[in-house]
Design a binder for this molecule. Structure first.
Ligand code: COA
Ligand code: AMP
Length: 629
């Protein structure tokens, strides 16, 4: 099949297309109905199928002769540890962890929060939940107590699984105080926390609530796989919205397994037995889809890396791992390569390693800037595939499908829509625009398998945020265009979401935190270009009348506030005091023009502006701080 044929088939006959793909996984009960509406009127796939995701990712392979093949390779330059789990060993570990959860009363449908560093137990915890039909919600380790508390409050977990600490290059991050504070803040009370004690730094357990993971698992009996319906949720993953409250993206079991399996072959050209490495974190969607589920569902070997692209110990880390495990597909955010390039501009370190097994480098999570693309292609001499997707979709909406055709990239494009995604560019009235014209990137319904069917506990938010803008379409929140060859160009978010080092963050949420400072009357947080991280937040702050503060001190306090309430990962490192903020006559802050000013872009004074003089004033303030290019 060529890409064109495959794509055409998926759009013209979606049910037949996905039925065929669904036959490639082993169902306990095959779906008779491929596509139907659920009680909310949302299109759902494989509605009456029964299966178990952990069974497909593990037991299935053991039963089919892959028991001795490496399933997961843990490589941790921050601790010096390396460990390989075969499919048989990982299945056993997951069954025991499932037994440990079961003994704590966790059953099908119960939620379990996983707040863990990049140790294999994090993947084991996810798969153990899947084995029981419980719903996991992994929270990224870089988030502060308040963020963890919001997720505890919303997901209402029966159990939390965590660890004594994480390690950031050479810094130990104690998890236990963060966990304790989050539990204290949340009104939902958790009965039990299972804490994995790491040798690097052990922690004190809270009597009556915490259990030592290693001791408890040693007493546990393995648990079997619980059959679940295809529509039952596998996980909830919170992602930034435009407000302070993150959205719990729900992923179902059946559609997800089919889509993951399909994408491994078609998007990444990976066959069973191949080694795939997504250099991300299980706290993000890339970690869910391409560190844990997809490689295992496809019978590949996944690399589980607890380190950074640089400084663990140097900018050769990626190439060392690729050589050591024979990585065929490498997936990382462009930021990682910008960091490597900064430290090793000639990419000399790569020359020390045998990269003969490496076929393709995939990038996503943020815009791939042409200089980074050119540099990687030139230095590593491999196809570099940019692909575009979101937490909501769980897999690539567009990319160069390496399993269907060789790399046929156009500079600046994320190539063409993936089979199953009917991508359209719409004008503000919801009409498709012509080729090469910009608009909102939308996906004509139905979304393919694997994409979210709702927001956890708030279906109205799903409808309001994604489905109600344009009738019959899912709106992505990104703007862009399709060219004459149906190549997609993604221009960036049309809302208040920014991408910092490939991490999705809400400026609206940061504004709420900054505005909570007693001296601040109002503020705007905008994304400013960063050579390393793509974007970095900058706060523009208006003081309350009569308040007299030292600007440096206020800046330090605001930075600390964002670190304490969102986390260091927000990279909120700068704020300036302004005298006025540009607003419409109805009082809405004009953030777009602020972004233009802070990025030294040309702009037109918006016709709706109340007080045009304030723009020149802000330009002056930012210039005097060296914040304009
Ligand atoms: N736990 C605790 N803290 C964390 C953390 C975690 N899991 N991850 C990041 N942080 C902290 C960092 O230590 C840093 O703290 P600091 O401000 O005290 O120094 C802060 O959050 C910002 O982190 P980051 O944005 O990662 O910047 P950095 O300067 O530490 O590292 C890179 C820069 C480029 C090396 C790093 O961003 C990177 O590896 N990026 C790859 C992006 C990626 O994998 N994205 C995943 C989506 S695909
Ligand atoms: P996340 O949900 O964290 O995966 O972030 C999704 C957002 O990241 C998208 O809506 C885009 O704004 C951005 N993004 C992801 N991949 C790309 C890409 N390849 N090019 C440009 N932007 C991207």
């Amino acid at each position: 099949m060529t890409y064109q044929q495959e794509y055409q088939a998926s759009i013209e006959q979606p049910e037949a297309f996905w039925q065929k793909q669904s036959q490639r996984i082993q169902w306990f009960k095959k779906p008779g109905k491929i596509l139907a509406k659920d009680e909310n009127g949302i299109d759902r796939w494989f509605v009456d199928g029964e299966m178990n995701t952990a069974y497909l990712a593990l037991d299935y392979h053991v039963l089919n002769g892959r028991g001795d093949q490496p399933a997961l390779i843990y490589d941790s330059p921050v601790t010096g540890n390396k460990r390989t789990y075969t499919y048989a060993q990982l299945t056993e570990s997951v069954a025991l962890a499932a037994g440990m959860l079961k003994a704590q009363g966790v059953e099908k449908g119960d939620r379990v929060i996983i707040y863990m560093p990049m140790i294999p137990e994090a993947a084991i915890a996810m798969l153990a939940c899947a084995r029981l039909g419980a719903v996991h919600s992994v929270v990224f380790g870089g988030f502060a107590p308040h963020e963890l508390a919001i997720r505890i409050e919303d997901a209402e977990p029966k159990v939390i699984m965590s660890a004594s600490c994480g390690i950031e290059i050479d810094r130990v991050i104690e998890y236990k105080p963060i966990l304790d504070e989050a539990i204290e803040l949340a009104s939902h009370k958790v009965g039990c926390c299972l804490i994995y004690q790491r040798e690097t730094r052990r922690c004190e357990l809270t009597p009556g609530r915490d259990l030592d993971w290693q001791e408890t698992i040693a007493r546990s009996q393995p648990a079997d796989c619980t059959p679940v319906n295809a529509l039952d949720p596998l996980y909830v993953l919170y992602t930034s919205g435009t407000t302070g409250k993150p959205k719990g993206v729900v992923r179902d079991n059946g559609g997800h397994a089919v889509a993951m399996n399909y994408s491994m072959e078609v998007v990444y050209d990976m066959q069973p037995g191949d080694v795939f490495w997504a250099a991300s974190d299980v706290g993000w969607v890339v970690g869910h889809s391409y560190i844990v589920y997809a490689p295992l569902l496809a019978g590949c070997t996944t690399v589980f890396y607890e380190g950074k692209p640089v400084r663990t110990p140097d900018a050769g880390a990626f190439w060392r791992v690729c050589e050591e495990y024979g990585v065929k597909g490498l997936f990382a955010a462009p930021t990682a390569f910008r960091a490597i390039r900064k430290e090793d501009p000639e990419c000399k370190l790569a020359e020390q390693y045998d990269l003969s097994k490496l076929k393709t480098i995939f990038m996503a999570g943020e815009r791939l800037d042409p200089p980074t693309y050119d540099w990687v292609v030139q230095k590593i001499k491999r196809p570099v595939v940019d692909h575009w997707w979101q937490t909501e979709t769980g897999w690539a909406i567009a990319g160069n499908h390496m399993g269907l055709e060789p790399a046929r990239v156009k500079a600046g494009s994320v190539t063409r829509p993936s089979p199953g995604y009917n991508v359209q560019i719409l004008d503000p009235s919801g009409q498709p625009v012509g080729a090469n014209e910009q608009g909102s990137i939308a996906i004509k319904l139905p979304l393919p398998p694997g994409c979210l069917p709702t927001i956890w506990g708030n279906h109205d938010r799903f409808v309001a945020g994604y489905l109600s803008t344009f009738d019959g379409y899912y709106v992505s929140g990104d703007g862009g265009m399709l060219d004459d060859d149906n190549y997609l160009f993604v221009m960036g978010r049309t809302d208040d979401i920014i991408n910092v080092a490939g991490h999705r963050l809400s400026t609206g949420e940061m504004e709420e935190v900054v505005a909570g400072h007693e001296a601040v009357a109002e503020c705007a947080v905008i994304g400013r270009h960063s050579d390393l991280k793509g974007e970095e937040p900058l706060g523009l702050v208006l003081l309350k009348d009569g308040v007299d503060v030292d600007e440096d001190q206020l800046r330090a306090e605001l930075i600390q506030r964002v670190r304490d309430q969102i986390g260091a990962v927000a990279s909120f490192r700068d704020a300036v005091i302004v005298k006025r903020l540009p607003k419409t006559r109805s009082g809405k802050i004009l953030r777009k023009v602020l972004r233009n000013i802070a990025n030294s872009e040309e702009y037109q004074t918006p016709s709706t502006i109340d007080d045009p003089a304030c723009l020149g004033e802000i330009e002056g303030i930012l210039s005097s701080r060296g914040l304009r290019l």
